[in-house]
Write a protein that binds this ligand. Structure first.
Ligand SMILES: *Cc1c(COP(=O)(O)O)cnc(C)c1O
Length: 239
């Protein structure tokens, strides 16, 4: 085993242990939570090692980095999640490799994703990104739609050819009433998810929790956690 493979294996084992403990503490089955490893800023060689170690879901947040990486790993069976703020001029590229876009937060993006999915003859999974610190009608600083805009956007995704409404995503807010209160933030996301599922029962994916707060997300009921640093190490540059 190379040094890097041993390092990633050890980190993965630790993260696995954290997820398993959090599931046990919450009375949930381990299979209810999927680990997505956020590989942003790390090379394709790391993605390859992660695949050898059993990882099947990876996430990226910048198309410039993600597109060549996905191409370099096209032979691996991986589900690629796009989790960054997405400009409409990048949509065509992202649709070329992403299986799920977790950061859908405005109607214009829905239209663009739908057009690209149809043109590429693919079905694209979509999560509505919820900004728990955004005011009504506004978007969050790190993307995301205000909670009261979720339903309208979900309906738009649901009606759009080529798109599949999978559920919700959030990043615990740094400001506002949920700042520093991850568990409360994720509980609120679950509440919004329950509301969404009354009209869209299949949209049951809840993506929440990162390296620092995955336990809170699992306790609240998240189905997917997005972990970068705890698996790959502290990022060499801002990502
Ligand atoms: C970078 C990133 C993560 C992972 O964060 P870590 O703290 O490194 O685990 C999760 N979600 C999103 C949207 C990200 O951009």
């Amino acid at each position: 085993m190379t040094d890097r493979k041993a390092e990633l294996a050890a980190n993965l084992a630790q993260v696995e242990e954290r997820i398993a403990s959090a599931c046990a503490a919450a009375g949930r089955k381990r299979e209810e939570v999927t680990l997505i490893v956020v590989t942003k800023t790390y090379p394709a060689s790391d993605v390859r090692i992660l695949h050898q170690l059993g990882v099947r879901h990876v996430a990226e947040n910048r198309d410039q980095d993600a597109a060549p990486k996905a191409t370099a790993c096209a032979d691996l069976s991986l589900t690629w999640h796009f989790v960054g703020q997405l400009q409409t001029n990048k949509v065509r590229s992202v649709t070329g490799y992403a299986d799920v876009v977790q950061s859908v937060d405005r109607a214009k993006l829905v239209t663009a994703l739908s057009a690209a999915a149809v043109r590429g003859e693919r079905e694209l999974g979509c999560l509505i990104q919820v900004a728990l610190d955004a005011e009504s009608g506004e978007r969050g600083e790190r993307g995301g739609v205000a909670p009261d805009g979720v339903e309208e956007l979900a309906a738009a995704v649901d009606a759009a050819p080529g798109l599949r409404l999978d559920g919700l995503m959030t990043v615990a807010p740094l400001a506002g009433e949920y700042a520093g209160r991850q568990r409360a933030a994720f509980d609120r996301l679950m509440e919004i998810s329950s509301g969404l599922r009354t009209g869209h029962p299949a949209a049951n994916m809840v993506s929440a929790g990162m390296s620092g707060d995955l336990e809170d997300a699992v306790a609240a009921g998240a189905t997917h956690v997005r972990v970068g640093t705890a698996v790959l190490g502290v990022r060499p540059r801002l990502g």
